[in-house]
Design a protein around this ligand. Sequence first.
Ligand code: 13P
Ligand code: SF4
Length: 348
Amino acid sequence: MKNIQEAATVSETFTLLKERLRDMVPEAELYVKAELAYEINRLKKEKNAVILGHNYMEPALYHSIPDYVGDSLGLSRIAADSKADRIVFCGVRFMAETAKILNPSRMVLLPAKVAGCSLAASITAQDVRELKKRYPGVPVVTYINTYADVKAETDICCTSSNAVDIVRQLDSDMVICLPDEFLAKNVARETGKKVIMPSEALNNKAGKNSMIVWDGKCEVHEKFTVSDIESARRQFPETVVLAHPECPPEVVEASDYSGSTTAMVDYVAKSDAQKFLILTECSMSDNIQAENPDKEMLGLCSIRCPHMNEITLEDTLTCLREDKYQIELDEDIRVKAKKSLDRMLEMS
Ligand code: 13P
Ligand code: SF4
C-alpha cells in the first residue's frame, strides 16, 4: 500500500486512509481529517519537521502524519538522533520534554499546551529529595512518565519496556522505584523484591531486598480489573489477553502477556491467535485492528487517555504553522535529567 504521507492530493490521502481504516471513522469526518493530514504533510516538508506519534494517537492521526510511531523508549531514541529543525511530538508533555532533554539544539513542539499525565503529576522533585535523604546511596529508578525536574533527581530512568531489565542490571539490594505503584509492583514481582510503600519507607521500614515505591497511578490503567478478563474469556475462551505493566498487578498476573505499547503491537502482529483483549488506552486497539484486519480486537475498551486525546490533527496543523507550543527547560535541570536518560539508553 502506498505511504499516505506521499499522497499527491487530498483526495488520494482520503482514499489511502479509507483503505487503511475501512469503516472505523465515518466518511465525512475522514474527509476532513484527510484535508488536515495532507496540509500537515506538506508543511512538515517545507519546515523540515519530523513528527513522532505515540501508539495512543487516534487512528486517523496515527495512520496519516507521523514519520515514526512507537512507545516511549523507541520515540526517545529517534528524538535523540533527529537532525530535523523541528521535532513535533504527538504525545504528552513528558515525552516532548524527554525529546528536548536529549536533543536540545532542535525546536521541540507539543501540539497542545498542557497534555499532562496522572503519573507525572503524582510526584515532585522535593518528594524524591526526601526519599534520597532517608536512603542515601540507594539507586533511584524513575519511570520516564515524569517531568524534567524529577528526572534530574534520578540515577536512571526506565520505561515500560526496560524496567525489569534495568532493576536486574543495577543488582542492588534496595531500589527506589518511582512513581508508578503498579509498574513498580509488577517489576518487584519479577525481580523477587519486597514492596515498601511510601508511608513505611518514610518510617524507615525498608530492609533487605526491598523496593521502595510511590503511590502514583495511571488514571487509565488503574481502571482495568480481573473481572474484565474473566468476562472476555467466558464469552471467548480462546482470547489472548495483553496488559500494559501500568495495570494493577492482579490484572497483569491474570493476562497472557504484559509489555510496552510497542511490545503489544508486535505481539499481535506475530501471533497466530485470532482474538485479543488489549488492556491499555483504547485508541491503540483501534490502531492494531486497522493494521491486522484478519484478527479481532475485542472492543471492551472505552477508556481514552484524556491527555493523549488533547493531541488532534487540527492542533498539530496550528503547531506547525505557528511553531507552538515550544518546550523550554532550565539548562541546569536539563543537563542533570539527561544523565538519567543517557544511562537508561546505554543500559537498554
Ligand atoms: P509505553 O512506553 O509502553 O508506550 O507507555 C507510555 C504510557 O504512557 C503508557 O500509558
Ligand atoms: Fe499518563 Fe496513563 Fe495517559 Fe499514559 S495513559 S499518558 S500513563 S495518564
